[in-house]
Design a binder for this molecule. Structure first.
Ligand SMILES: NCc1[nH]cc(CCC(=O)O)c1CC(=O)O
Length: 319
C-alpha cells in the first residue's frame, strides 16, 4: 500500500441509503474492510444519504415506482456526494444499480453473493402452488408480477411498495395473501425466519444481480481502489459480468420484467435468462454456458438473441 490507510482522524466515509437493509450492507462492508486491514471501527464513518427515490417514495407512497422516476432514482444523490468528496465509497444493492456509472465513478468491487433466490411469504399458505384461485399477491416488482401472472393468470396483483419492514406490515394488515422478498435481504437483516419458503430459480428466476452488493468509488481514488480490491470477490464479479451485460444489452432497468442468473460450475459460467411481457402473457427464456473469460460476451449475445425473438414492443404496456 503506497498511500495512507484511513484513521479515526481521517476516516474513510462510506455512503449509504438509510433503510435497515442498506445500513446492514454498509456495516458488512465496513466489517470486511476492518478485517482486511486490521483497522478499528473508528477509521470508518457511515454517512446516510437521502435520495430522490427515498423522498418521493414517501410522499407518493401508493404510486408505483415506475411512474415516479427513472434510472438512478436511488443513486443520484449518493453519486453526487462521491463526486464532491462528501463520501469516499458507496455501498449499493447491485440489483438497484444502473449498469453504467457517471463519468468519474466506477464499480469494480463486488462482495460474495448471498442467496440469489426469492422468498415466498404468507401466513395463509405454504407455496405459490397452494394459492387459491383469485388470491391477492402484493408486489411492486414488474418481474415478479409478470412471472406470477404468466403461470397463474387467475391471481390478482396489487402494488406493494416500501422497504422490507413496510411490506411485511402490509401483509400482516391483510392487504394481500402473500408477498415476495429477496432471500438475501432477509438473511442480511437476520430475518430469514420471515420467509415461508425459498423459491427455486426453476420456479422464479431472480432479478439480475439479486443478492449481490457492489461498492462504487471515484475512479481517481487510488486508496479506495486498493482497499476495495482487498475485499473484492472475483467469482461474484464473473457472475455480474454475465448478468449485467445481459441487462445492458436488453436496455433493462429495474422497471422491465427481466430475470437472469449466472452460476459457476466446473470452471464454466452458466447463464439463464427470462424476459416477459409486462402483463405476463408471454415469456421467452434462453440459456448458455461459457468459459469465465467469455462471461460478458455471453451476456451480450444472449440479450441480442432474446431481443431478436421478442420483436418490437415486447416490453410495452397494453391498454
Ligand atoms: N429493489 C429493492 C431491493 N433491492 C435489493 C433487495 C434485496 C437484496 C438483494 O437482492 O440484494 C431489495 C428488496 C427485495 O427485492 O426483496
Amino acid at each position: 500500500m503506497t498511500q495512507m490507510l484511513p484513521t479515526p482522524d481521517q476516516p474513510l466515509k462510506i455512503g449509504t441509503r438509510g433503510s435497515p437493509l442498506a445500513l446492514a450492507q454498509a456495516v458488512e462492508t465496513r466489517a470486511r474492510l476492518m478485517a482486511a486491514f486490521d483497522l478499528p471501527e473508528a477509521a470508518f464513518e457511515i454517512v446516510v444519504i437521502k435520495t430522490t427515490g427515498d423522498n418521493r417514495a414517501m410522499i407518493d407512497a401508493d404510486r408505483p415506482l415506475k411512474e415516479i422516476g427513472n434510472k438512478g432514482l436511488f443513486t443520484k444523490e449518493i453519486e453526487e456526494a462521491m463526486l464532491s468528496g462528501g463520501i469516499d465509497i458507496a455501498v449499493h444493492s447491485t440489483k438497484d444499480m444502473p449498469v453504467l456509472q457517471p463519468e468519474g465513478l466506477i464499480v469494480d468491487c463486488f462482495l460474495p453473493r448471498e442467496d440469489h433466490r426469492d422468498a415466498f411469504i404468507s401466513s395463509n399458505v405454504d407455496s405459490i402452488a397452494d394459492l387459491p384461485s383469485g388470491a391477492v399477491v402484493g408486489t411492486s416488482s414488474l418481474r415478479r408480477r409478470a412471472q406470477l401472472l404468466n403461470k397463474r393468470p387467475d391471481l390478482t396483483v396489487v402494488e406493494f411498495r416500501g422497504n422490507v419492514q413496510t411490506r411485511l406490515k402490509k401483509l400482516a394488515d391483510g392487504v394481500a395473501d402473500c408477498t415476495f422478498l429477496a432471500m438475501a435481504g432477509l438473511n442480511r437483516l437476520g430475518m430469514d425466519s420471515v420467509a415461508t419458503s425459498p423459491i427455486s430459480e426453476e420456479d422464479m428466476l431472480p432479478a439480475i444481480a439479486q443478492g449481490t452488493i457492489c461498492i462504487e468509488r471515484r475512479s481517481s481514488d487510488d486508496m479506495a481502489g486498493q482497499m476495495l480490491a482487498a475485499i473484492h470477490h472475483a467469482d461474484t464479479a464473473i457472475m455480474m459480468a454475465a448478468e449485467r451485460t445481459l441487462l445492458a444489452g436488453l436496455d433493462g432497468s429495474c422497471e422491465t420484467p427481466i430475470a437472469g442468473l449466472a452460476e459457476l460450475k466446473d470452471g464454466m459460467v452458466r447463464l439463464r435468462a427470462e424476459i416477459l411481457r409486462p402483463d405476463g402473457s408471454e415469456s421467452l427464456t434462453d440459456e448458455a454456458s461459457a468459459p469465465y473469460a467469455d462471461a460478458a460476451q455471453m451476456g451480450a449475445d444472449m440479450a441480442a438473441r432474446l431481443l431478436e425473438r421478442a420483436g418490437e414492443g415486447f416490453f410495452d404496456f397494453k391498454g
